[in-house]
Design a protein around this ligand. Structure first.
Ligand SMILES: Nc1ncnc2c1ncn2[C@@H]1O[C@H](COP(=O)(O)OP(=O)(O)OP(=O)(O)O)[C@@H](O)[C@H]1O
Length: 360
């Protein structure tokens, strides 16, 4: 599910998993640390933590993985369990609303089991407090009864390893953050790493693809393996229906043009926002709500869905006076940047924009 309610459900470049992703992802996940591509620093640090624990014959410290969706946190948690030869239990913060839900899970863990808690920042407060004690002392207090007669019955837990995942490490209360012995910060992937991801997935999906085509898909995948795997599947469809199934760079490019994902990974909405900012407002500054009206979207959609990637790519900046386009934005849309910022070299052309809207 998308972290943003405002994100269109069928968006090809979302980092959130849809139903099809979930069905296919299980087959595409690397199983061991050596097969996991990229994230060199996290991989090396984690490998030391795991190797040391194996040598001591003890459960490793609890692990926190932070970073944007689709970068491989769930995959890494499964790899941790596999490397330890331990079973894994998977749950998520929103699924644990009562302390009792968590007590039920914790008390049924086997010794050494890995508990993967996705979206750990979305757990309820009482559950979170129970987790503190469980992580530190492998013990929970189960409250029996209500009101003045309530009693706390201590329950010993087998040693386990918690792997918490969060997209918002900053939202975790410090007492929870401090109880993790190791935090791995996941970064967006470099194009060459994503190219390897695409190549590996293509082999698993039995798709014939050449290196230039894998690079073409990687370049449009916004640094995110989940998006790379999804774009690969759409390219595969195109190659199968319109050609003989073999994917080269030209076919990959044509396929992604059909799906309106451009060479840099911008989709129709991203480009509409940039286009309005440049052509209608001369590159800004312009207020968010005005910009949103110009593209016919809710301000929330523009702010939460389109802007983060445009800002990350250095195409748009948020300033106290409003949104402004960077020189890179002008270049990306093939327009000439103004000599003076805020005064577009291209005069406002509302009719051009209106025509594009009509074509949609
Ligand atoms: N380093 C990698 N090498 C190869 N494939 C990867 C890598 N990282 C992620 N993937 C693939 O990307 C997909 C998404 O990964 P995963 O589900 O682990 O992401 P996530 O960070 O847990 O996302 P979310 O936070 O949305 O659950 C999976 O199919 C996985 O196989």
């Amino acid at each position: 599910m998308s972290p943003y309610d405002s994100e269109p459900a069928d968006r090809l470049v979302t980092a959130a998993a849809d139903g099809e992703d979930q069905a296919v992802e299980a087959a595409l996940r690397p199983r061991l640390l050596d097969e996991f591509i990229g994230q060199e620093r996290v991989r090396e640090q984690l490998s030391l933590v795991l190797q040391a624990a194996r040598q001591r014959g003890a459960a490793p410290d609890h692990v926190l993985l932070s970073g944007p969706p689709g970068l491989g946190k769930t995959t890494l948690s499964m790899i941790i369990a596999a490397e330890l030869g331990a079973p894994i239990r998977i749950t998520s913060g929103p699924a644990i609303q009562h302390a009792g839900d968590l007590a039920a899970i914790l008390s049924s863990l086997a010794e050494g089991e890995v508990l993967f808690l996705d979206e750990i920042h979305r757990m309820s407060r009482p559950a979170e407090e129970m987790l503190y004690m469980a992580m530190e002392d492998f013990r929970v207090d189960v409250i029996v009864g209500k009101g003045p007669g309530a009693t706390a019955i201590p329950l010993e837990l087998p040693p386990f390893t918690l792997v918490g995942a969060t997209t918002r490490a900053g939202l975790l209360p410090p007492p929870l953050r401090d109880r993790f012995g190791f935090t791995g910060h996941m970064e967006f992937y470099a194009p060459a790493e994503l190219q390897r991801v695409v190549h590996r997935s293509a082999a698993l999906l039995d798709v014939e693809i050449d290196p230039a085509a894998a690079a073409e898909i990687a370049g449009r995948s916004r640094g995110t393996p989940r998006i790379a795997n999804r774009l690969l599947r759409r390219v595969r469809d195109y190659a199968q229906v319109r050609h003989d199934g073999v994917v080269n760079a030209a076919i990959a490019g044509q396929a992604l043009d059909v799906y309106e994902v451009d060479a840099r990974g911008l989709d129709r909405l991203d480009r509409a926002v940039l286009d309005a900012l440049l052509r209608l407002f001369g590159g800004g500054p312009v207020g968010l709500s005005t910009l949103a009206v110009a593209v016919g979207e809710e301000a929330e959609t523009v702010e939460e869905v389109a802007e983060p990637f445009l800002v990350r790519e250095g195409l748009l900046a948020r300033t106290p006076r409003g949104r402004i386009a960077t020189a890179g934005a002008w270049r990306h849309l093939g327009l000439t940047p103004p000599a003076q910022p805020g005064r577009g070299a291209v005069p406002p052309q509302p009719e051009l924009f209106a025509q594009e809207k009509a074509e949609d």
